[in-house]
Design a protein around this ligand. Structure first.
Ligand SMILES: [Zn+2]
Length: 171
């Protein structure tokens, strides 16, 4: 309970930060996605927000740290929990350029995020309706509202371009 109060106080502080629209937050996620390219990581970016303010942002860093768990959403959720000092992010929204995988969807459910906004669907590994649906599974004790197709073309373009370049380079 004390921790929760502290988290709310921190949220009051965050309220004084700049407010962004959904589209602007997704653009921040896209800029994060581009950062992943520096280390040849698949360009995926994520932002955790509260009332339009940015609490944390991260990009995919699997290749950079040679750690298969270092997905953008997972890292952004971790940062937000550390920043707020509370395990539940039930007043926060997550923006991510690609539909989250099963690990990240599980993390989103466990962290009890409020809404999920994502750019493009992942029909090969998405766990928010693309391949399977963990995020809206009624059997779980928490469901998140999902809003797909936010800046879909831009989100899809950077990933397609990345894999196209890999094929052309014969990597
Ligand atoms: Zn993931």
């Amino acid at each position: 309970m004390i921790k929760y109060v502290n988290a709310i106080k921190k949220l009051d502080y965050i309220k004084s930060l700049k407010t962004y629209t959904h589209i602007e937050l997704m653009k921040v996620a896209l800029r994060e996605a581009n950062k992943a390219l520096r280390y040849n990581d698949v360009p995926i970016g994520a932002v955790v927000s509260f009332n339009g303010q940015i609490i944390s942002k991260a990009h995919n860093q699997v290749e950079r740290y040679n750690n298969t768990l270092f997905h953008a959403e997972y890292l952004a959720i971790n940062k937000a929990i550390k920043k707020l000092g509370y395990k539940n992010l039930n007043t926060c929204n997550l923006y991510v350029t690609l539909e989250p995988c099963s690990m990240c969807a599980g993390a989103i459910v466990l962290a009890r995020l409020k809404n999920l906004y994502f750019g493009t669907s992942d029909f090969k590994a998405g766990a928010c309706g693309g391949l399977i649906n963990i995020i809206e599974n009624k059997e779980l004790n928490h469901q998140i509202k999902v809003y797909p197709d936010i800046l879909k073309e831009e989100s899809s373009y950077i990933i397609k371009k990345f894999f196209k370049e890999i094929r052309l380079n014969g990597k």
